[in-house]
Ligand binder design. Sequence first.
Ligand SMILES: [Cu+2]
Length: 387
Amino acid sequence: MTVLSRRQLLRYGASAVAFASATTTLSSFVFASDDEVTSGDPEPGVGGGDVEVDLTIQDVDYELIDGSTVFMYAFCINGAPPRIPGPVLRVREGRDLTVRLTNLSAHAHGFQVPGMSGSAIDTIAPGASATIEFTVGKPGTYFYLDPMFSPVNRVLGLHGALVVEPDDDSASSGAKMPYNPADATAAIQALFASFGASSRFPGNRWNESREKIWIFNQIDARWCQRAANGEIDAVAASEFANDFRPRYFTLNGLCGIDACHDKDTCPTGRIGEPLLLRCLNAGLACHSPHIHGNHVFMLSESKGASGVISYNSNVIERDVWRMESGTIQDCLLPFTAPPDVPPGAWPPKQEKFPLRYPMHCHNEISQTAAGGSYPMGLVTDWHIDGL
Ligand SMILES: [Cu+2]
């Protein structure tokens, strides 16, 4: 087993070169199929079979929006470039997911999907490999992560999204949903039934291609350096929690303008094309994402280490929602005409499509980078492309 002697460099900076290297973004989805998974599968959607995936854990130098680099850990698939967050894994409910992990880091790591029994590997020594196979549970959004010194190694980069697709995705109305009707509440089913079938939501039904994944994280360069020095191979989570002073706030690994221009982060579409937002807070800070232009409907939530998803029986509409450390929330961006535009002023006559609206965190410090560079933190855009 070879151990990388030199760390790989992830470039996420604001240079044109960084924008060209889009392979490091969330575009490299991993889809469920009957075959072994490969990176860069262009087909959205899931097949019906069990899924096998090869992941490596690597030490990387991660370039931030101000050009500085920090030491982090990254999940990597099938020899593809490492990425933070790790590649999106997709499996259909009830199928088996096999994860073969090789630890190329100089430090011991583990693996777990909170909420999935039998998914944990406690320790993989540097240079060692381990395999875990488990049956995935209820449809929704999960983290896969390194639970070691939780949340230390997760915050230092070892996290990604596992999406469980429903086996039966149709409400009694025939509307597609991201959940099984056996799990979805009456309110969730009513919301999806109303898309494309009511004056409130003219246009189309939701479909599974209408989705973005937003993973929030924070970076404290001092703790990255401690990890690089091997000083945190036995650290108390309380020490980390008491001392953590984030200077960078990332969305899908990107800061500020990089996130605004990332096609896998920025929701786009026309009026009547509802979109599912799967929001995950991998970091330690509490975030309050806030969105302009439309409100979102809160569908489901899992909090903390249990990973158990609760499906909301009261689907309320929000323009800001609270995401504590480790929280996952699915919400629905309806792509309606903005409710604060008077009916007589819609469609806009002076403004041209696409209409661009921000999503930014209301925890104000998260809007900065490197101690003050604004607005280079947790912010992105979403676009209404037309009627
Ligand atoms: Cu605002």
